[in-house]
Design a protein around this ligand. Structure first.
Ligand code: SF4
Length: 372
């Protein structure tokens, strides 16, 4: 029977391991710095790119290590420069990564899983459930492919693509340590944000790492009842437990937590929701990022009108909560999380029933308009 050799991924190898291997094949130690520079500073996807490394050593590197096993199969660029990549993994599964340019910086949005176990009702990524976790090298492949696109490292990395990052904990943390490690890419942990649906055990575990990564929690609702209209029970934690975990995160890391709040028309967008959200954000010392829903085709979930969003924002501000409203990016390129992958696979999104039938709010339209 043929023996299958599993190669070590080049983008996860430590300096010590590489030096040992080079020594074992009679190569000088200085080759280590050369090779690592090609991998972590130049994002090489093949030893053939390592021009200052002898051809024989490049061949040995190819035999011993796997280089980028992920390839770009589709790229959509919107008018504002946001570029969404559909990446094919070694087993044929696909994930999405997004490059978001601003005048003075680049942000990469990376995925951590194929599909997502949480299955938020309004999200394309969760519509097919979890397929599998990405391993460390696959998460880094995403990063390296994006780095090659812009010719350098990004200013910010957000784990807000497909998946619940904290349910792929070990691989996520290992990848972030490589991104931030001084012998690797040297990206400051303060520029890396982990976004979670509110997976409490993961928040506590991440807090215990005592690293200054940013934490964004998709709270999406100010009460458990409203939250139930947006996130299925299986992976939904009570808001009180989430708030306790956020306070613990702040006390361990010193990082102010962000509440991500997807505004969905007639579900969580009323003035009273804003007031309740202000109370819990205040209790956690959290800032709030409002995200007007990017609809995925399910009529049960639509985006509130502009004046509703503005009103919601102004109520939070009046309660002294730091608040931002996410600027629309890439709105002509299937920009909602998971849409590109789902459309590539030809699956229907928004096929879920209307789980919010009984949760729609009666809005006091006059109160909203009166302040506008
Ligand atoms: S919003 Fe995030 S946590 Fe929810 S299903 Fe989509 S990817 Fe998963």
């Amino acid at each position: 029977m043929n023996q299958v050799t599993v190669k070590t991924s080049a983008n996860t190898i430590s300096e010590t391991e590489l030096k040992e291997w080079l020594r074992s094949i009679g190569q000088p130690e200085y080759r280590c710095a050369q090779i690592r520079s090609w991998i972590f500073k130049n994002f090489a996807v093949s030893p053939d790119e390592m021009k200052n490394v002898p051809v024989e050593l490049r061949a040995k590197l190819s035999e011993k290590f796997s280089f980028c096993r992920t390839s770009e199969i589709k790229s959509d660029k919107s008018a504002d420069g946001t570029e969404k990549l559909l990446l094919k993994l070694h087993d044929g599964e696909c994930v999405e990564s997004v490059i978001i340019p601003s005048p003075d910086r680049f942000t990469f949005c990376l995925s951590t899983q194929v599909g997502c176990p949480v299955g938020c009702y309004f999200c394309a990524s969760g519509s097919g459930g979890l397929i599998r976790n990405l391993d460390v090298s696959e998460i880094l492949d995403e990063l390296f492919i994006c780095c090659r696109k812009i010719g350098g490292v990004p200013d910010n990395i957000v784990f807000m693509g497909t998946g619940e990052p904290l349910m792929n904990y070990s691989n996520l943390v290992a990848a972030m340590n490589i991104m931030g490690g001084s012998g690797y890419m040297g990206i400051s942990p303060r520029r890396i944000t982990v976004s979670t649906s509110g997976f409490v055990p993961g928040i506590i575990r991440l807090a215990d790492e005592k690293k200054p990564w940013n934490l964004a929690v998709s709270i999406h609702a100010p009460t458990d009842k409203v939250r139930a209209a947006l996130i299925p029970l299986k992976h939904r934690y009570p808001i009180k437990e989430i708030c306790d975990a956020c306070r613990y995160y702040f006390s361990n890391t010193g990082r102010i937590v962000t509440f991500e709040y997807t505004l969905v028309k007639d579900i969580n967008d009323s003035p009273s929701h804003a007031l309740e959200l202000a109370t819990i954000a205040h209790g956690c010392g959290a800032k709030v990022n409002l995200i007007p829903l990017n609809p995925i085709g399910n009529p049960a979930f639509s985006r509130p009108e502009k004046q509703i969003i503005t009103k919601f924002e102004s109520i939070l501000r009046s309660k002294k909560i730091p608040v931002t409203v996410r600027v629309e990016k890439g709105d002509n390129i299937n920009a909602a999380c998971g849409q590109l992958r789902v459309s590539h696979h030809g699956k229907q999104v928004g096929a879920v029933k209307d789980p919010v039938k009984n949760h729609r709010v009666h809005r006091d339209e006059n109160a909203v308009k009166g302040k506008k």
